[in-house]
Design a protein around this ligand. Structure first.
Ligand code: BT5
Length: 258
């Protein structure tokens, strides 16, 4: 049975098995972007683990100003983190979040879950979740990080432009999923991976990412260049290693993999 559609504290907190993540919970029926709301809470000293969830977003954002479609039925969630890791070493945090999301999706019994660099979660080749990590740092020290996670849970229709690229859990499983239970499980796995990254560094994150990473022929487009080659793995900082057609091995730190 599907729980109450509202993902408010009353629906989710009784299911939470976390120590610190989700202990402060803000729900909105509609907001521009949960990342914006979480950032303004973070700037007003919200505790690590503060969660903002909305049923719909009117200006959901992806990376580099991309729009993120956020209809009813999905999970649109942001978390305030306050990592002690120096800003320069924070790269793999987004990969850790992707691993947590992938594990939560896998636990529903979907077909093979893959990760597309840097942090798209794919089911049967379609994008089922995206992650937007925004950090505020000062002199190398991280003030806060807002991690935004969008998961197409009970989304049944996509606009034509997304139809052949997006996937939803509902479509994949043929049934609606319990959003509150999913949100609680995601919080548990997120806390585990964030704690592990803080304690043990990037290595376990990279190993878990690699186990699901989609590699092979890629074109990486960034503001200044386009690189063609074959993605062969991640380096120790979480950059995508691409063997270019001229044979040079290039670590890619930003850009779109198309
Ligand atoms: C992402 O960006 O994948 C990050 C998405 C993060 C969304 C969450 S929801 C909660 C929080 N609040 C926000 O405002 N954002 C975060 P990127 O890698 O740039 O991918 C964006 C691209 O994915 C778009 O240009 C579309 O092609 C595609 N897209 C848009 N909406 C989608 C959806 N619902 N499902 C699958 N693909 C989508």
């Amino acid at each position: 049975m599907i729980r109450a559609p509202r993902l408010d504290a009353a629906a989710v907190q009784p299911l939470l098995e976390t120590r610190w993540l989700g202990r402060a919970w803000h729900w909105r029926g509609r907001t521009a972007s949960t990342n914006d709301l979480a950032r303004s809470l973070a700037e007003r000293d919200a505790a690590a683990g503060t969660v903002v969830v909305a049923d719909t977003q009117s200006r959901g954002r992806g990376r580099r100003g991309h729009a993120w479609r956020s209809p009813r039925g999905g999970l649109w969630l942001s978390v305030v983190l306050r990592p002690t890791t120096p800003a320069a070493e924070l790269g793999p945090l987004g990969l850790a979040v992707a691993v947590a999301v992938a594990e939560t999706v896998e636990a529903l019994g979907t077909r093979q879950v893959e990760l597309k660099w840097p942090n798209d979660v794919l089911v049967a080749g379609g994008k089922v979740a995206g992650i937007l990590t925004e950090a505020a740092a000062e002199g190398g020290r991280v003030r806060h990080v807002v991690v935004g996670i969008g998961v197409n849970l009970n989304v049944t229709r996509f606009p034509p432009a997304l139809c052949d690229r997006a996937a939803s859990i509902h479509r994949e499983l043929g049934v609606a999923v319990d959003r509150a239970a999913f949100a609680a499980d995601l919080c548990r796995r997120l806390e585990l991976w964030v704690d592990r990254f803080e304690r043990e560094g990037a290595a376990p994150v990279l190993a878990a990412w690699r186990a699901r990473g989609r590699l092979g022929p890629v074109t990486v487009v960034s503001a200044t260049t386009t690189i063609e080659g074959v993605a062969i793995g991640l380096d120790a900082d979480g950059a995508l290693l691409v063997r270019r057609v001229d044979g040079v091995l290039e670590p890619v730190r930003s850009g779109e993999v198309v």
